[in-house]
Write a protein of this length. Structure first.
Length: 250
């Protein structure tokens, strides 16, 4: 939902939300989940974004991040260097033939959380199958058994850089759904960073939802500013922690 910058702060958001609600109700849908950076009455969970530099020189040049005290640019680039090729045997882009097994993997994993989306197989394929400029998903296929053991994915959300003489776009990857199996969180997400870097992403962002705390610090993610609030509409539920949330909204 967005409005022209000249029309912001004129209380148009409630009008747009009311119209979206009306149209959704016509489809016999009466509940919703949404997120916002602002605090409204009353969030069910509060989460933080974390950022992992993939192109630290560009991020510093555009003001997205800055050099830490007693750090040089050369040392910063070395600190955030990732492997040039994926390290996990059998990791590859997800294909339509992988959907049934990957769907089962994710569905079983999400059941441990308090707030999550129940996908059917067709919906899973719609949201997770790779689409250039939208979403990237990878599975780990055991080279011997051909079993799909792990899943990682991230979506693309670029931003326009205004008034910079060299750069006009910030290419950001956002962690979507990840399920380790044969390998650890750190091993799986380290390859996710490598795959994002190979596609020229500048930064890899992740929320501290699900089990993401298992890799954020280890893989040098830095905590972001502010919070992302989770809200439910027309549901009654108790407040939960960030680790209870198994939902990422694309």
């Amino acid at each position: 939902m967005c409005v022209h910058k000249k029309l912001r702060s004129k209380r148009l958001a409630p009008v747009l939300i009311k119209e979206v609600t009306r149209r959704v109700n016509l489809l016999d849908v009466w509940q919703a989940v949404y997120t916002a950076g602002v605090v409204l009455p009353k969030p069910v969970a509060q989460n933080r974004y974390y950022h992992r530099s993939l192109n630290p020189k560009k991020l510093i040049d555009i003001g997205f991040s800055r050099l830490q005290p007693r750090m040089t640019l050369a040392r910063t680039i070395k600190l955030f260097r990732v492997a040039t090729t994926p390290q996990l045997p059998g990791i590859r882009a997800m294909e339509p033939r992988d959907v049934p097994a990957a769907f089962k993997l994710l569905s079983n994993y999400l059941k441990k959380f308090s707030l999550y989306q129940i996908y059917n197989e067709a919906e899973f394929g719609h949201w997770l199958l790779p689409r250039e400029g939208v979403v990237n998903s990878y599975i780990v296929e055991d080279p011997e058994t051909k079993e799909i053991t792990d899943l990682c994915s991230f979506y693309t959300l670029p931003s326009t850089i205004i008034g910079h003489e060299k750069y006009d776009t910030l290419k950001a990857a956002y962690s979507f759904y990840n399920v380790p199996g044969k390998y650890s969180w750190q091993e799986l997400m380290s390859d996710a960073l490598t795959l994002a870097k190979k596609q020229n992403f500048d930064v890899f962002n992740a929320l501290n939802v699900m089990d993401n705390d298992n890799f954020l610090e280890k893989l040098k993610f830095g905590i972001g500013d502010g919070h992302l609030q989770y809200y439910v509409y027309n549901w009654k539920c108790s407040e939960m922690t960030s680790k209870d949330v198994g939902l990422v909204l694309l």
